[in-house]
Design a protein around this ligand. Structure first.
Ligand code: CTP
Ligand code: MG
Length: 337
C-alpha cells in the first residue's frame, strides 16, 4: 500500500462550505416527523401500560440522538423493572398485544442478536423496532444528543459523514463496515482532538448525570447548555473540518496501534486495551471504544477484507476533497458494486 500524506488543505476549501451546509439542511428531518414519532410512541405506551404498568418506553438511536435522517425507522426500548426478564417471552407477548391493534407487519424476532418486535404503523407510516432492556443504548443516545448541543459543527460533520458512508456502502455492519453509531463517535472524537478543541470530554468533567446499568457506571457532565460557547475559539469551517476528518482517517490514523476514545477525549493504545490480537471474531483492525461498555470495540465487525474497503474509501474521499474541482458530486456518488 502506498500511503500518501497531504501536507496542506486546498486553498479554496471554504468554497465548499455553502454546498456542505445546504446538504446538511436538506438532510435534517422536518418537525412534523418528530410529532408523528411522538404519536406512535404514545400509542405503544398505551398498549404497554395495560400489560406492564411499571414498564417504560424510550426512544433511542437516530430518532433520538439528533443524528437521524428524514423518514428513518424508529428504535424503541421497553425498559422492564426486572432486569432478568425472559426477553423472548416479553417480545412474543408484546407482538401478540400489538397485533390486535391496527398495526401492520408485527413480527417478533426473538433469535436476532438484539431480539426485537418489528412493526409498521399505517397511521403515521413509521416502521419501528422495539427491544427489551437495552438501557445502555438509551444512555449512549443521550450522550450523543448532549454532545450535539454543544457545537453545531458536530451535527453538520456527522450528517455529511453518514451521508457519505451510506452513499458509498460503508455503513453496513453485516458486510463488515461500520455502524452509524461508530461514525458519530468518530466525529465526536475528531472534534475533541482539534486545537483549540471544538468539543469537550463530557465524561472527564464533573458528573451531573449518573446511572448504573447492569453494573456499568455511566456518568458525565450533562448540563450542556452551560457549554454553548465551548468551541468558539476554534473558527474552522465545515469545509475545513470535512477535509481534515477524511484526511485524518486516510493518512494520519495509526491503525496498528491506536484506539479512539470519546470517554477520555484522547487516544488509547491497543496494547493497554488488550486489543492487539484477534479473539474469536473480534479482530480490532480499526478500534473505536464504546463510551460506556469499555470492552466493546465498535470496530470489531470489521474484517481483513472490509478494512481495505473502508480505508480505500477514506483515501478516495480525501483525494477528491483535495483535488476534485467540484468534490461534492464524486464524494457522494453512489457506490455500485
Ligand atoms: N448501538 C449500540 N452499540 C452498537 C450499535 C448501536 O449501543 N454497536 C445503539 C446506539 O444507541 C445507537 C443505536 O443503537 O444510537 C442505533 O444504532 P445505529 O443504527 O448504528 O445508529 P443510528 O443513529 O440509528 O443510525 P441510522 O440513521 O443509520 O439508523
Ligand atoms: Mg438506526
Amino acid at each position: 500500500r502506498i500511503v500518501k500524506r497531504q501536507i496542506g488543505c486546498r486553498r479554496d476549501i471554504n468554497r465548499l462550505n455553502g454546498q456542505f451546509l445546504s446538504l446538511y439542511e436538506s438532510l435534517i428531518p422536518a418537525e412534523e416527523e418528530k410529532a408523528k414519532q411522538k404519536q406512535l410512541l404514545l400509542l405503544l405506551e398505551k398498549h404497554v401500560a395495560k400489560e406492564w404498568p411499571e414498564a417504560r418506553l424510550y426512544l433511542y438511536g437516530s430518532c433520538a440522538n439528533s443524528f437521524g435522517f428524514p423518514r428513518s425507522d424508529i428504535d424503541v426500548c421497553l425498559a422492564m423493572e426486572d432486569a432478568d426478564v425472559d426477553k423472548s417471552e416479553v417480545l412474543l407477548k408484546l407482538a401478540d398485544i400489538l397485533q390486535s391493534d391496527n398495526l401492520q407487519n408485527v413480527q417478533a424476532l426473538t433469535r436476532a442478536r438484539v431480539p426485537i418486535v418489528k412493526l409498521m404503523d399505517p397511521a403515521t407510516g413509521i416502521s419501528c423496532d422495539i427491544c427489551v432492556n437495552n438501557i445502555l443504548a438509551v444512555v449512549n443516545t443521550k450522550l450523543l444528543r448532549d454532545y450535539a448541543q454543544i457545537d453545531v459543527r458536530l451535527r453538520q460533520l456527522a450528517f455529511i459523514v453518514k451521508h457519505w458512508a451510506k452513499s458509498r456502502g460503508v455503513n453496513e455492519t453485516y458486510h463488515g463496515t461500520l455502524s452509524s453509531y461508530a461514525y458519530v463517535l468518530m466525529c465526536v472524537h475528531f472534534l475533541q482532538q482539534r486545537r483549540p478543541a471544538i468539543l469537550p470530554c463530557l465524561q472527564g468533567m464533573e458528573n451531573t448525570y449518573a446511572v448504573t446499568v447492569d453494573s456499568t457506571e455511566c456518568a458525565y457532565f450533562d448540563q450542556v447548555e452551560k457549554l454553548s460557547g465551548f468551541g468558539s475559539h476554534n473558527r474552522e469551517s465545515i469545509g475545513q473540518l470535512v477535509w481534515a476528518f477524511f484526511n485524518y482517517w486516510a493518512y494520519c490514523h495509526d491503525y496498528a496501534n491506536d484506539v479512539i476514545s470519546v470517554r477520555t477525549g484522547s487516544m488509547l493504545s491497543k496494547h493497554e486495551k488488550d486489543w492487539t490480537r484477534r479473539v474469536g471474531n473480534d479482530r480490532h483492525l480499526i478500534c473505536i471504544e464504546d463510551p460506556f461498555e469499555l470492552s466493546h470495540d465498535l470496530g470489531r465487525v470489521v474484517d481483513k477484507f472490509s478494512i481495505r474497503v473502508i480505508r480505500e474509501e477514506f483515501e478516495r474521499a480525501a483525494e477528491i476533497l483535495q483535488c476534485d474541482p467540484d468534490p461534492c458530486v464524486m464524494l457522494f456518488k453512489p457506490y455500485v458494486p
